[in-house]
Design a protein around this ligand. Structure first.
Ligand SMILES: Nc1ncnc2c1ncn2[C@@H]1O[C@H](COP(=O)(O)OP(=O)(O)OP(=O)(O)O)[C@@H](O)[C@H]1O
Ligand SMILES: [Zn+2]
Length: 775
């Protein structure tokens, strides 16, 4: 009887009401009706705690200390009454028993930070993502807003009324009298420096007056003002082509319906998806409502922002490379209702738009929409929930939709709109694979660029075109290895090979940043011929520079793009034709629209294919299709050359035909057989610690508990076993994969099993719901 077992477990109640338990009879006797605030602590307990809300916090006339849901408070906790911060989630008159409640100490925020819809959303997130409500609340309000970045406390002075009435008769120096007269004449309180300036004196005599009590003072928080200007030329909406018009009509119908609907805009690369949703946003704005547009962090370059700024008067931008001050400024403008469109990365899904009309997620398949620290939310899932809660449409756009979003269109949960053609009837670029197995057998001098690719580059460049080369591996070599004894240089803290970076002359761990001096001979057998094997972007750059000496080359990867703004600088230089060859990691593969690129070369299509990740094929398909889509975007045409050891691989074969449906049709049955998403929900539990045995033991016990609780349900459990990245930053890692077609039940079972486990001190663990990172 699985359901009986389930409901008997108190922690499994998914929708908890805040005041769920009726008071016990003996408490009712002494019951009294009092104002009670429910407080969710930022750290620790998940359950809201009740505190008495003193009357001084109930006065709407004192907005700075008015206690309402969505503001933070300080409350005493535990025996020692340690003062801790929490979020007020409800205030109401409530029967309190004889058990004395503690009082709220202070109201931290002078305004509401979390709106009622956001309180509901965070409560849902805590249930769905198996995290604490406090963690979810903290994710919704940017740190800069919580810390009031960009504001400062200023000391303001005024003359008390009693003093002002008799300034001429007070016994002070002439300077002091002038100070008092100046201050009394000012309609607003003044800061010390302002007053000194106006009275033409130093601060010393002012301070004397303060001491004497002839000048009164108080502090206030003020904004450090700076204006955000997007000085760009206005752009008019484009005339939509028939495919675009159809797509727009579908979104318009959803907007007009006034109901929640999810639309997947699946359009091939270069089909003009952006124009469609820009016009939909224009419509929303024309009703006086707000839109949120989420884009992957990587494409949040000034270029994207300018595109929005050219179409809308008042936009706000939110992403992780902003300072706290900037983020807070944008956030407050959104909250004030002044902003029409919010453009932002993942966390912009929490924008405090009051009158939301539409949410758009561009490149919805991108992994950056998943947060990899608690709460481990996916912006698409959260956006779906928010759009349901607020009754607004959600538009997902991609040339390579996630199978998750795709499957929802196949099961009728969302609507599919296809844009199968490029704008201006441009053909899709022809893609040809280059079989590296044949190349390897035939090749003379070794290098990363095959003869065919080299020829292709030559032709494109001599015709005045530009070339994009993709290699999704940064660094110089991928490992440092001794050909004689097989020794490979590994990170002492992680289970991975070190990557040689020539510019800094270090062997670097890409996971923990461990750095070592690269050895000149094998540390094991002293062979001086140690090799730097495998090609990273740096080695590729060397090869390209050597073989195309007369052309300018730009490299874009995490190492080359460390400085803020370097991304945009590089792309603009390439756009202006200052370089002919752009090479880099996946950051050059997506969203770029350069008409002059007539050749895309994929140096290795296989970098992700053998990853221990059930999405390895999907990621490979997406990457190759997306980068292939960067060419043929003008009348100059374009083609794609893909180097691979496995040209028949279904992901690569489908990508060479720009054929998403074919890829999905091949991949979905495999997912179904193994109950992986989108057919099953997946939770990955990762445990880590200094020793293997206790980690494994905890996961084994958890797996057993899950099995016994699951009864006859379809729960499937893989593991526990070492995680693919079995050691990271010195810690051993094990994981357990649990999946089921019944999501709510899966989450409830895991919440329960983890809640009951006795975790040894030396073991830490997390539950990753709908994981994207499987390493
Ligand atoms: N109706 C139109 N008429 C003329 N040009 C258009 C039209 N719609 C879009 N374009 C142009 O076509 C190009 C491609 O559009 P856009 O970048 O929106 O495509 P996309 O579908 O988002 O592509 P990708 O998925 O590859 O990023 C852009 O330069 C855009 O300005
Ligand atoms: Zn490491």
């Amino acid at each position: 009887m699985p359901s009986a077992t389930l409901s008997s477990v108190p922690t499994l109640v998914v929708q908890r009401s805040l005041f769920e338990s009726d008071p016990a009879p003996w408490e009712l006797d002494a019951a009294e009706r009092r104002r009670v605030a429910s407080i969710v602590l930022v750290e620790g307990l998940d359950k809201p705690l009740d505190y008495l809300a003193p009357d001084r916090f109930a006065d709407k006339g004192k907005p700075e200390i008015y206690l309402e849901p969505g503001r933070r408070v300080r409350v005493p906790l535990g025996r020692g009454n340690r003062s801790v911060t929490g979020y007020c989630v409800e205030v109401g008159i409530k029967e309190v028993g004889s058990r004395p409640l503690k009082e709220v100490l202070a109201v931290v925020d002078s305004e509401r930070l979390v709106s009622a819809p956001m309180l509901r959303l965070t409560r849902w997130m805590a249930d769905y993502y198996l995290c604490n409500w406090g963690q979810a609340l903290e994710a919704v309000v940017p740190a800069g807003v919580r810390a009031r970045a960009g504001t400062r406390e200023v000391l303001l002075l005024h003359v008390p009324t009693a003093v002002a009435a008799r300034i001429s008769s007070i016994d002070v120096t002439d300077t002091q009298r002038r100070i008092l007269e100046t201050l009394a004449a000012s309609p607003k309180p003044l800061a010390i420096k302002q007053l000194a300036g106006r009275a033409g004196c130093t601060v010393a005599p002012i301070n004397v007056l303060r001491k004497q009590g002839l000048i009164a003072e108080h502090t206030e928080r003020v904004d450090v003002g700076d204006a955000l200007e997007h000085d760009v030329a206005r752009e008019l909406p484009k005339q939509l082509n028939p495919d675009q018009a159809r797509a727009y009509a579908a979104i318009e119908a959803a907007l007009d319906s006034g109901k929640q609907r999810t639309i997947l805009l699946h359009g091939v690369t270069g089909s003009g998806k952006t124009e469609v949703y820009l016009q939909a946003v224009e419509k929303v704005v024309s009703f006086g409502r707000q839109a949120i547009v989420l884009v992957p962090e990587i494409s949040l370059t000034p270029q994207t922002v300018r595109r929005f700024a050219a179409r809308f008067d008042r936009i706000a931008v939110l992403h992780s490379h902003q300072s706290d001050v900037e983020r807070r400024r944008h956030w407050r403008r959104i909250a004030s209702g002044e902003v029409q469109v919010v453009v932002g990365a993942r966390s912009a899904v929490f924008s405090p738009a009051k009158n939301l009309g539409l949410i758009v997620i561009d490149e919805e398949h991108e992994a950056t929409f998943k947060q990899d620290t608690a709460p481990r939310y996916h912006a698409r899932t959260v956006a779906q929930r928010r759009s349901e809660d607020e009754g607004v449409p959600l538009v997902l756009a991609s040339a390579t939709p996630s199978l998750d979003a795709w499957w929802e269109t196949q099961t009728g949960q969302s609507e599919l709109v296809e844009m199968p053609r490029r704008v201006a009837n441009r053909p899709m670029p022809a893609v040809r694979t280059i079989d590296l197995r044949e190349e390897r057998d035939r090749r003379g001098p070794r290098g990363a660029i095959s003869r065919v690719l080299y020829q292709g580059m030559r032709e494109a460049l001599s015709d005045g075109g530009q070339v994009i080369l993709l290699l999704n591996r940064r660094g110089f070599s991928t490992h440092v290895q001794c050909p004689r004894c097989g020794f490979a240089l590994k990170c002492p803290h992680c289970d991975v090979a070190l990557t040689f970076h020539r510019a800094d002359h270090v062997a670097l761990c890409h996971w923990c940043d461990f750095r070592a001096e690269p050895p000149s001979a094998c540390p094991d057998c002293q062979n001086p011929g140690i090799l730097y094997v495998g090609v990273g972007t740096q080695k590729l750059e060397d090869e390209v520079r050597a073989r195309f000496a007369e052309h300018k080359v730009l490299r874009m990867d995490a190492d080359a793009m460390r400085k803020p703004g370097s991304h945009d600088t590089a792309l603009e230089a390439f756009r202006r034709g200052e370089a002919q060859i752009l090479l880099g990691t996946q950051m050059i593969a997506k969203g770029l629209d350069f008409p002059n690129v007539t050749l895309v070369g994929v140096v290795s299509a296989d970098t992700a294919i053998h990853w221990p990740d059930f999405r390895a094929s999907e990621k490979t398909f997406q990457l190759v299709t997306q980068v292939a889509g960067r060419t043929g975007r003008s009348d100059r045409g374009g083609r794609v050359l893909v180097q691979t050891f496995d040209p028949e691989h279904p992901a690569i074969a489908a990508a060479t035909r720009h054929d998403f449906a074919r890829f999905a049709d091949g991949e979905l049955p495999e997912r179904k057989a193994l109950l992986y998403p989108p057919f099953g929900s997946l939770v990955r539990i990762v445990a880590r610690g200094d020793a293997r045995d206790p980690i494994e033991a905890v996961l084994t016990a958890t797996a057993e508990r899950l099995r016994s609780q699951a009864g006859e349900s379809d729960l499937r459990i893989t593991g526990p076993g070492p995680a693919p990245l079995a050691r990271l930053r010195g810690k051993f890692r094990f994981n357990l994969l649990v999946r089921s077609a019944d999501r709510d039940r899966l989450h409830a079972l895991i919440r329960d099993a983890m809640g009951r486990a006795k975790l040894p001190k030396a073991v830490e663990w997390i539950a990753d719901v709908d994981p994207v990172d499987m390493l």
